[in-house]
Ligand binder design. Structure first.
Ligand code: ZN
Length: 219
């Protein structure tokens, strides 16, 4: 994300914030819930999300967005939609590092004719990477976690991520945009990647076991 894209950043659970809390006289322990991700076959991923009604919110928007952000960070994701966690609200988060933004009721109001092919991954489809063509630039309108309407223009990876997440809001996943042959190839690659990852995890676990044995011997 470039500087321009860093609008209305919600800083959640950062060190600075924890520090501020610690300084306040009434020390409050803040527990931000991490949501489990639903499996890729979950029906919520195929449904159109209803608008988030700020006049009659189904959940506390700030708290909910905070949980989405923390869940996204936990999985090293760039973006995460509510329905990927099984919650049917029209909201997703997007960002990197400690800077994430929540987009409630997001709409693309303009998109460039110029398109761009980019490789996309998705937290709901581990190890599946697909080259997908989408508009290169977009103008968007959304509501922030306080319900205030905002406008923004995105390019590059930010525009890409926004479009991917907005698709989730409409019950569309990225496999929908892939050509049949490239989808087949990506699925083949996926099983190899998954196998590799499992092997690495196994190796890592046996190393951890060895180290703890050695540690026990030292005691
Ligand atoms: Zn996704």
């Amino acid at each position: 994300m470039n500087e321009k894209d860093k609008l209305d950043v919600i800083r959640i659970n950062t060190d600075a914030w924890q520090h501020d809390l610690a300084k306040s006289t009434q020390v409050e322990k803040v527990n931000i819930e991490i949501f489990p991700l639903v499996p890729e076959t979950h029906p919520a991923l195929k449904r159109m999300m209803p608008n988030f009604d700020f006049n009659n919110p189904p959940v506390d928007p700030n708290k909910f967005a905070s949980s989405l952000v923390e869940t996204c960070k936990r999985h090293n994701g760039l973006g995460l939609s509510a329905n990927q966690c099984g919650y049917e609200y029209r909201v997703f988060v997007m960002g990197s590092g400690d800077d994430y933004v929540a987009f409630f009721n997001p709409v693309i109001v303009w998109s460039s004719e110029e398109t761009l092919k980019m490789e996309e991954g998705c937290l709901s489809f581990l190890d599946l990477f697909l080259n997908i063509e989408r508009p290169a630039r977009i103008k968007v309108v959304y509501q922030d976690y306080a319900g205030e309407t905002k406008e923004a223009e995105f390019t590059g990876l930010t525009a890409r991520c926004f479009q991917h997440e907005l698709d989730h809001m409409n019950g569309i996943v990225y496999t929908h945009h892939a050509k049949p042959l490239s989808l087949q190839m990506a699925i083949k690659k996926r099983s190899k990647l998954t196998e590799k990852r499992r092997k690495l995890q196994k190796q890592l676990m046996s190393k951890v076991k060895n180290v703890s044995k050695q540690m026990a011997g030292l005691r």
